[in-house]
Design a protein around this ligand. Structure first.
Ligand SMILES: Cc1ncc(COP(=O)(O)O)c(C=O)c1O
Length: 382
């Protein structure tokens, strides 16, 4: 059967291929974006899962905006503005899909930082919208380039990951947050703030989110994939009530709602004292893993590889003095899976952005010993 025109624009995911290759026993994978497998709170969730059989109502159809007790809890927990509403989604990836189906046409222009989260690029590609990348600096998007883009092109939405960006780990500073908001307000651009790593700050003080600073022009995506477990597939979109109403109609035409039993399990876990203990543990382990990786890279690779320090999240972005795709192939042969940076750019753009020497390394999924061992192997092939 012939595939749809937009489907033909969709690039096969290199990451899926490399993840398959990295399943082999001797490979240390720094390639995926997986949370620590040894810290998934499976035992903590067990009593709430067992209690489900006593609640048959949870096995009926439910409302498309989500399980009401969980929605109320999230409103309070995330201190939503009185004019804001939320929809519970099956992960933030579904949130992106709902937003793209609601607001993007083939003649829409959407701005984003380059490099960019691959799953977002794929959703935007499928919509047929024109993707307009803006260079990322260590403190956020290049503001001059952003203003120039807003000035010359009718941008509808700016997709942003201000806290511990995937793939670079960059966290926007406060001035950049304020400047981006002013530009968006001036040029009538809506913000789509994707925040799956925001709760994973392990160094320094938290900064206000774009939604905190400009709730009337921001749709925010949140996810429990990195803070609880990705397998339960739960997250939410919050934003101005009128926009959430529009998104709700799209959601009704999709999968109706996310599974109620897991929404109840998540609610009980969030309300329990173990949740904050779990989150603290996660941040402490990620800080230790990141510190071990950063120290090994500095000590072993010296000035052959450079990176900016990160203060949270799951990724470190390395710049080499050689071609990263060839390096990643040699690294895989030596037993270390990584992702070359060029895969995080819209097609045809990576050359413009000088991506060919960059590499994403994940530090959340491997033990300190594995991370050090991986750097030993990388040192040998450099
Ligand atoms: C920036 C970003 N947004 C969204 C997602 C999707 O997460 P979820 O599991 O909530 O669908 C990811 C996953 O890695 C991500 O890195």
């Amino acid at each position: 059967m012939e595939t749809a025109t937009q489907w033909q624009q969709l690039q096969p995911s290199y990451i899926r291929e490399i993840l398959a290759a990295s399943q082999q026993p001797d490979i240390i994978s720094l390639a995926g974006g997986l949370p620590a497998g040894d810290l998934l709170p499976v035992n903590e969730l067990q009593p709430y899962i067992e209690a489900l059989t006593a609640q048959p109502d949870l096995f009926q159809y439910g409302g498309s905006a989500g399980y009401e007790p969980l929605r109320q809890d999230l409103r309070r927990r995330y201190d939503l503005d009185k004019n804001s509403e939320l929809i519970i989604t099956s992960g933030s990836q579904q949130g992106l899909d709902i937003i793209a189906r609601t607001y993007l046409d083939s003649d829409t222009h959407i701005a984003l930082e380059a490099p960019c989260y691959l799953g977002a690029l794929q959703v935007f590609q499928l919509s047929g919208a024109t993707i307009c990348p803006v260079r990322q600096t260590p403190t956020g998007p290049d503001l001059e380039e952003l203003e120039q883009l807003f000035h010359t092109t009718a941008i509808k939405l700016f997709y942003a990951v201000p806290d511990f960006h995937n793939p670079t780990g960059v966290c926007w500073d406060l001035k950049t947050r304020q400047a981006v908001i002013s530009l968006c307000q001036h040029y009538g651009v809506f913000l789509l703030e994707d925040s799956p790593y925001r709760a994973l700050r392990f160094i320094g003080e938290s900064m206000p989110s774009l939604a905190d600073l400009a709730p009337d022009i921001t749709l925010q995506l949140n996810s429990f994939s990195k803070t609880v477990t990705p397998g339960i597939r739960l997250g939410f979109i919050s934003g101005p009530e009128q926009l959430i109403d529009q998104l709700l109609r799209t959601r009704q035409a999709m999968d109706l709602h996310s599974p109620l039993p897991f929404q109840q399990v998540l609610l009980e876990f969030l309300k329990s004292p173990t949740y904050s203990l779990h989150l603290n543990k996660l941040k402490q382990v990620y800080r230790d893993r990141y510190t071990a990786l950063a120290e090994s890279l500095r000590n072993r690779l010296g000035n052959q590889a450079q990176f900016n320090e990160v203060e949270g999240g799951m990724f470190l972005w390395l710049t080499l003095q050689e071609d990263a795709e060839q390096f990643a192939e040699r690294a895989l042969a030596a037993g270390v899976a990584t992702v070359p940076g060029c895969h995080f750019y819209p097609p045809h753009y990576s050359a413009d952005f000088n991506a060919h020497r960059t590499l994403r390394l994940n530090f959340s999924h491997s033990s300190i010993e594995q991370l050090r061992h991986a750097v030993d192997r990388l040192t040998e092939i450099l």
